[in-house]
Design a binder for this molecule. Structure first.
Ligand code: ASP
Ligand code: MG
Length: 409
């Protein structure tokens, strides 16, 4: 009889030093002895990926992306070999593989490659012989046989993709937190661990700033319905299950509150209020490779209007430059901007069937005297842009208002 497969992914902090690597080895072995075939996917040790990037930048301000991937992929190669050795010490058979060795084929976009295909043959054979498989996360091999990486946090994607091709029972994301919380526990003291959440909500929460999982890996898991279990690598406690939506989830109006402090707001003043102008503006912004988030256009009374939008902080300078050129081109006025903005968002699939959710969120902010600069909504989320200095207080106020915290006992 074939044994059920579990994919376990360990992030950098879970294997930051030798003691932790040994602990992870124990955990993997325990899972194997409980009756599972185990495929462990590892990140680079601690923050060694950051170290490697720094190193590259000490050599050049513009490292070649191909060489960067060659460099960064070594981080994961170190940890998978060490984990395999630690498992050998515990008397189990384990074998480590790079992304290329387990047949992860990607496109040619260095530093943010997409997985095209996985040839699972070698893994399946190794599992058949009773071995534990350790895979270097975050990397693959391009169609032209070059080593590629999958973008920061990409080991999550490796884990989910392997879980899918192997038909794993679950993909466990073992990390330094106990699961997904209703808000960042460093900001909200009584934030609560969520037991179960839908892919959609998790995707929104991570895209909006909750840094538990890389959004791309959730997208992938959702598409192929790979069940994910986010849990602590330091304890056996149940964490958060991310799965397909089930009926009971709809009763929860708001699942979580997210904060993104990396927002900047840019306004193009006195834009002629004519058809086609917005199209022109945002086409040029896109051509400058700037990702616009929220857009607000004020009502025009005079034939000219102000258009404000938000961009990620690091893109502010190039956005201002682009906006100035665009303004000249379309006959608009001055460009104003504010670097210190934050976006607070609430997410919940229950919003679809409950009304008054937005009003309640705005009320929470009003009660603290926090001004809302921009608002955007979708079916399952509401976001408000506020001044950065008010961001954390806004999260606490909203979290409280919706009663998301642990009940006082
Ligand atoms: N080591 C890579 C990073 O730090 C990939 C990962 O950890 O998932 O982004
Ligand atoms: Mg900012």
């Amino acid at each position: 009889m074939t044994r059920p497969i579990i994919v376990q992914k360990f992030g950098g902090t879970s294997i930051a030093d030798v003691e932790r690597i040994k602990n992870v080895a124990k955990r993997v072995v325990r899972t194997k002895r409980e009756g599972f075939d185990v495929v462990a996917v590892v990140s680079a040790l601690g923050d060694s990926t950051d170290r490697l990037i720094e190193l590259a930048h000490q050599i050049t301000g513009h490292p070649s992306e191909r060489e960067l991937d060659m460099l960064l992929s070594t981080g994961e190669q170190v940890s998978c070999a060490l984990l395999a050795m630690a498992i050998h010490e515990l008397g189990e058979d384990a074998i480590s593989f790079t992304g290329a060795q387990v047949g992860i084929i990607t496109d040619n976009s260095f530093t943010k490659a997409r997985i095209i295909d996985i040839n699972a043959k070698r893994m399946v054979e190794a599992l058949k012989t009773g071995r534990i498989i350790i895979v270097a996360g975050f990397q693959g091999l391009s169609l032209s046989q070059d080593i590629t990486t999958l973008g920061r946090g990409g080991s999550n994607l490796t884990a989910v993709a392997l879980a899918k091709v192997l038909g794993a029972k679950t993909c466990e994301m073992c990390t330094d937190v106990e699961g997904v919380f209703t808000a960042d526990p460093r900001i909200v003291k009584n934030a609560r661990k969520i037991d179960r959440i839908s892919y959609d909500e998790m995707f929104e929460l991570s895209s909006l700033g909750a840094q538990v999982l890389q959004p791309r890996s959730i997208e992938f898991a959702m598409k192929f319905e790979v069940p994910i279990h986010v849990r602590s690598s330091f304890s056996d406690k149940m964490g958060t299950i991310i799965s397909k939506e089930v009926k009971a989830m709809e009763d929860i109006v708001v699942s979580g509150v997210a904060l993104n402090k990396e927002e900047a707001k840019v306004t193009i003043c006195d834009v002629p209020d004519k058809p086609g102008i917005a199209a022109k503006i945002f086409k040029d912004i896109a051509l400058a490779d700037i990702n616009v988030d929220m857009i607000v256009q004020n009502v025009s009374r005079t034939g000219a209007t102000d258009i404000s939008f938000t961009v990620p902080d690091p893109d502010l300078n190039k956005t201002i430059k682009a906006a100035k050129e665009i303004s000249k081109k379309v006959g608009a006025g001055e460009i104003t901007y504010d670097k210190d903005m934050a976006k607070v968002s609430i997410v919940g699939i229950g919003m679809r069937s409950h009304s008054g959710v937005a009003a309640k969120m705005f009320e929470a902010l009003a009660e603290k005297g926090i001004n809302i600069e921009m608002i955007s909504t979708s079916e399952i989320k509401i976001s408000c842009v506020v001044e950065k200095k008010n961001g954390e207080e806004a999260v606490r106020a909203i979290h409280d208002k919706f009663g998301l915290g642990k009940k006082k006992s």
